[in-house]
Design a protein around this ligand. Structure first.
Ligand code: DGL
Length: 272
């Protein structure tokens, strides 16, 4: 058993969709969330830059004595996960592998669509992960950058969202995918519009749910779970002023955030 917290980070608010699933799966666990709100978005940046940010944030969380790290950001998982696993002596869980596993499980035809940020799609990380599990799978991908601001603005159920979804997704629908991986932290908020566009024959895979299951399985296997009767405490850190994070974050988390503290990673993670 371990009383240490689970660390989790994202480029901003998006990872709260993953945190929400971790709360559901493991309500007894303490968590420390870091949102890199000063440097979001990651999805348009180079792999080298995102990997550097991911390393800085992980160092900050490891100094806070976490027992496991969740890289909730798809973009950071796509380009930085292997480096983090090599550099830090704790279990590191990304969102790509769990999402790929679930997609392979639910797809009947092996024709799988993946949507994500430009950086995630360019990395081909999902395609590699899916093909490792099912070499015969056919993976069709599409970056959908405008979904990120739409989700943050709360424009998830209006004409703009529907039009954007049709523009991005009709090609995948017409190509006959039977499964679509929502390969970005923000896309679960657009699930109804994406489902409406793709039709009821296409199964949507939310990496967040599967990632939470993976975290629970690893902690159980390593005997690091807190007793089930406990109730976890949750801490939030961001790299810009907290106001915007709190406003948008409550919606992403589907509940109320606790206190949010601003930290300066350049100053070795000193709290402001
Ligand atoms: N969190 C990012 C992801 O899941 C989306 C937002 C961004 O581009 O930073 O890829």
């Amino acid at each position: 058993m371990s009383w240490q917290a689970i660390g989790i980070f994202d480029s901003g608010v998006g990872g709260l969709t993953v945190l929400r699933e971790i709360f559901r799966a493991l309500p007894q666990e303490d968590t420390i969330y870091f949102g890199d709100t000063a440097r979001v978005p990651y999805g348009t940046k180079s792999p080298e830059t995102v990997a550097r940010y991911a390393h800085e944030i992980t160092s900050f969380l490891v100094r806070r004595d976490i027992k496991l790290l969740v890289v909730a950001c798809n973009t950071a998982s796509a380009v930085a996960l292997n480096g983090l696993k090599r550099q830090f002596p704790i279990p590191v869980v990304g969102v790509i592998e769990p999402g790929a596993r679930r997609a392979v499980e639910v797809s009947r035809s092996g024709r799988i669509g993946v949507i994500g940020t430009a950086a995630t799609i360019k990395s081909s990380a999902y395609t590699r992960a899916i093909k490792r599990l099912n070499p015969g799978a056919e993976v069709l991908t599409r970056s959908c950058p405008l979904f990120v601001p739409l989700a943050e603005e709360g424009w998830t159920d209006n004409e703009v969202a529907r039009l954007t979804a049709r523009n991005y997704l009709l090609e995948l629908k017409e190509a006959g995918v039977d499964t679509l991986v929502l390969g970005c932290t923000h896309y679960p908020l657009l699930k109804p519009v994406i489902a409406e566009t793709m039709g009821s024959d296409v199964t949507l895979v939310d990496s967040a749910e599967e990632t939470a299951r993976t975290v629970a399985a690893i902690l159980a296997k390593k005997d690091l779970l807190r007793p089930a009767a406990e109730k976890g405490n949750h801490h939030y850190f961001v790299s810009d002023i907290p106001a915007g994070f709190i406003r948008v974050g409550n919606r992403f988390l589907g509940g109320r955030l606790g206190d949010v503290y601003q930290v300066n990673l350049d100053n070795d993670g000193e709290e402001c």
